[in-house]
Write a protein of this length. Sequence first.
Length: 299
Amino acid sequence: MADSQSNAPSRAHAGAPTSGVIHVRTRLTADFTVISNALAQRRGSAVTVGVAAYISSLPDSTRVTIPALCEHFSEGEILISRALRELEAAGYLERRRERTSTGHVRTRTYFYDVPGGGPDTDPDTDPDGPPEPPKPRRPRKQGAAAAVTPASAPVEETVAAPAPAEAEAPVPLADADPRAVAVLTGLRRVDPRLILSAQETARLAPAVTRWLAAGILPTHITDHLTARLPDCFLTRPVGILAYRLKETPLPVPARGAELPARPVVLPMRNCEGCDLGFRSAKPGRCRGCLTGDQLRAAG
């Protein structure tokens, strides 16, 4: 007896899901990228997840500027820049401005597999993680000749940086003005991110003392230092605070100081001839009536 044949598909394996996606796994040994489920399953924009997966697959030193990403994706600059801001706010992306040996400022991008995480512990990776931004160089003394170097290749994503200002010698925190220290330590009540160390407080205290000596109230100094701060600090906030305290306001004039004389305002009078209003030191006739009287007397 011949075996019966059927065109019906065979039943699924026992335990296979009856609905939803069924993965067909293939073991990859090259040209693949590992990303976390927290990133791949991130709720929100699919463009953000796609940009993150694309950046994760790129080798080091690949440009990931907005124009470079727009050349790869079909989305425009608005969606790409929004995706980069979301990744930066979530901690996956970090952009630092670093000073090169030639005095220029370069923007470098760091991408983390895990927000706030460090590099892997493989011996081939750098155990110290991404380099910290180099400290600004000390200004040269006046009269010192600047070294002239031959023309070199342009640095990618660089802009000219102004010469660093001469740093003010900090005073010991114990010798600082207590009022200035109170203003600086109270900034955290307005913005919890403005937590300053003892060294940073000693560095900013002389500038705050000058503001207080100029007659600026402590509440006004606090409002000036905490207004319109960026959403994310790439470095310690002491740099922003020092920049805002850079220019000392003019002092308030002391009471009794000579003020410029105000012009004398003459009172209003009514003309005795035509009842027209005019300003004069004493009652009498207006200019029109006086001119008419002079013409009649001359005629």
